[in-house]
Design a protein around this ligand. Structure first.
Ligand SMILES: [Fe+2]
Length: 360
């Protein structure tokens, strides 16, 4: 797909398949017990423990949400997506560089195809995985508004505990190849764009692109994947959906008491409207509880916005300088060097322009 079409349509008319959901993430780690403790404090539950790693679930009916395996360092290893049918796996297995169809030997089973994004992120597309029984959440709190009273002769008391995490919500990937990755997600996996954010005076590359699954007339989460400009292709953050502001804050208080570091929150995004609370993760990425996000359908065309501070938060504490701005590590400087030769979208000028735009 050409850059112009990418920016105007936000959807590929000739997508190879249309993926339908975020299925799971796989992490590698050099410290499996530490990662297990982090994610259980965050609100996930161990559902399967094997010789070579473990699986954790949320409360929805997905057989698992995270898989953790041993590795050299803590990093994202793969993004699992669900596809509609077996024919989709056939189509994907014929894509350049894809694996043949294989048995998906994970909780839930099914069959799968592995494929790699242009910047090197591993995707696993799964069909036929069995769902499991959802875990019943605590009953919603009856809240008293200024004019609408729902709770009489009763008090609010949420016990100290991890957040009740309902589902894996979205994954944000940094890459110096934003145009190529967004084009690949549209053309190969059939996602569509909810919002592009660019720098003033630029059409491409998008600095941030928020993508959802194309569910036709059925409402879909505003974004399940997002792509932002960064020095190397890596996980920026992973977000899990909870039921309410109380659940965001309750889970945040548990994280704080357990000694984890809040990166930024609690606030409300403009893009997608979510109430968010971001925590430093066990690797070089963030982990987010969120609630109350937007839903869109095929009738909603992609929005085109200039990037600015309010698109990250309409209210909340001041944004930490590190949030949304990649650190100038040796890898970042190398990427800037490559960008000078036109090999990617990450240039020093754009980096400085993003820093400036986020101050406004
Ligand atoms: Fe997020």
């Amino acid at each position: 797909m050409g850059d112009a079409e990418l920016l105007t349509r936000g959807r590929s008319a000739k997508a190879a398949v249309r993926a339908t959901a975020l299925a799971y993430l796989t992490f590698r780690t050099e410290d499996l017990p530490r990662l297990e403790e982090y994610w259980t404090d965050f609100g996930l539950r161990v559902c399967h423990r094997g010789e070579n790693g473990l699986h954790l679930r949320a409360m929805d009916s997905a057989p698992f949400a995270l898989k953790i395996v041993p590795g050299q360092r803590t990093e994202l290893a793969a993004v699992g997506l669900s596809v509609q049918n077996a024919a989709d796996l056939q189509v994907l297995s014929a894509q350049p560089g894809s694996s043949p169809i294989f048995e998906h030997r994970e909780p839930g089973g099914g069959q799968a195809v592995e494929l790699t994004s242009p910047g090197g992120t591993q995707f696993v597309c799964v069909h036929g995985a069995q769902t499991i029984d959802a875990i019943e959440p605590s009953p919603p709190l009856r809240s008293n508004g200024a004019r609408t009273k729902r709770r009489e002769r009763a008090s609010v008391c949420v016990p100290a505990r991890p957040s009740e995490v309902w589902k894996l919500g979205h994954v944000v990937v940094q890459t110096p190849h934003t145009t190529a990755l967004v084009g690949w997600l549209l053309d190969t996996l059939g996602l569509c764009v909810s919002e592009y954010q660019t720098l003033p005076g630029e059409q491409v590359p998008p600095i941030a692109t928020f993508l959802r699954f194309d569910m036709g007339d059925a409402p879909a989460d505003h974004h399940s994947l997002a792509v932002i400009l960064g020095p190397v292709e890596q996980l920026d953050h992973v977000a899990f959906e909870v039921d309410s502001l109380d659940e965001v804050a309750r889970g945040g208080e548990w994280m704080r008491q357990r000694g984890h570091s809040r990166e930024w929150g609690i606030g409300r995004h403009e893009t997608g409207s979510q109430i968010f609370d971001c925590w430093r993760g066990p690797g070089a990425f963030l982990c987010e509880h969120f609630a109350d996000g937007d839903l869109l359908t095929r009738a909603d065309p992609p929005l085109h916005q200039e990037i600015r501070a309010s698109s990250i938060a309409q209210w909340g504490p001041p944004r930490p300088a590190s949030f949304g701005v990649p650190p100038l590590t040796p890898g970042a400087l190398l990427a800037v060097g490559r960008g000078l030769h036109g090999a990617n979208d990450f240039t020093l000028r754009r980096l400085l322009a993003v820093v400036g735009a986020l101050r406004r």
